[in-house]
Design a protein around this ligand. Structure first.
Ligand code: MD6
Ligand code: FE
Length: 213
């Protein structure tokens, strides 16, 4: 495992941004894929829509854990029910709880794991993860499948950004000052990984939502 800080990354990304390249070996990635396949059986991917405009996201989503992040015409929020079926989200795989402990050290467990699926043309605009009451907890994400260009900026949308290639098995942590930094996915590089049966990429984002007591 190695932390890929180039001088440039260390200089411009806010402190608390960590990119842990190769955090999961191939076997751990394969195990996690099986867990995700299980999650998808009870919570299939769906296409969320943007607040107000109702425009569809190019990324397809689902969640596991007690809470799920959803977006529709009325806004962004966390909820216990799946928007399509009304069923609760499936449980969070144990492996994810272990990674949360290992890489964030945050005492309370994550309550939501957002599962994003990117097809060849999908992207995710520059955004801040700001729908959580608990802002002391870092946000941890894990990539599986094709490479993706991740963009990280500062606390203002206009701040300079830089891009980093995320590979299958990489972890990103946004903590400290970087917790509320702008970030997004420019595009994926279809066909760069043979982990998933089809081309594409999963990103799992683990978040503590409610303030732990
Ligand atoms: C993605 N990631 O990698 C999108 N958010 O597909 C995120 O939006 C993200 O990687 C918070 C923390 C880490 C992340
Ligand atoms: Fe995010």
């Amino acid at each position: 495992m190695c932390v890929t800080y180039t001088g440039r990354e260390a200089m411009s990304a806010p402190s608390g941004f960590r990119h842990i390249a190769g955090a999961l070996d191939r076997k751990a990635q394969e195990n996690l894929c099986l867990e995700i396949a299980e999650v998808l059986r009870s919570a299939p991917l769906y296409t969320p829509t943007m607040p107000r405009s109702g425009k569809p996201f190019s990324v397809r989503m689902t969640n596991c854990g007690p809470l799920g992040w959803v977006s529709d015409k009325s806004g962004y929020r966390y909820q216990q029910a799946q928007p399509v079926s009304g069923n609760p989200w499936p449980p969070m795989p144990e492996q994810l709880l272990g990674l949360w402990q290992e890489f964030t050290g945050f005492a309370a467990p994550p309550e939501a794991c957002l599962v994003n699926w990117y097809g060849p043309k999908a992207k995710l605009g520059l955004h801040v993860d700001a729908d959580e009451a608990e802002t002391q907890a870092p946000v941890l994400s894990l990539s599986l499948g094709d490479d993706a260009w991740f963009r990280i900026g500062g606390l203002q949308r206009r701040d300079p950004t830089e891009r980093i290639l995320l590979k299958s098995g990489d972890i990103v942590v946004l903590g400290g000052e970087a917790r509320l930094a702008y970030h997004g996915i420019d595009r994926i590089q279809p066909g760069t990984s043979d982990l998933l049966a089809e081309h594409g990429r999963f990103n799992l984002t683990l978040r503590r939502v409610n303030v732990a007591n």
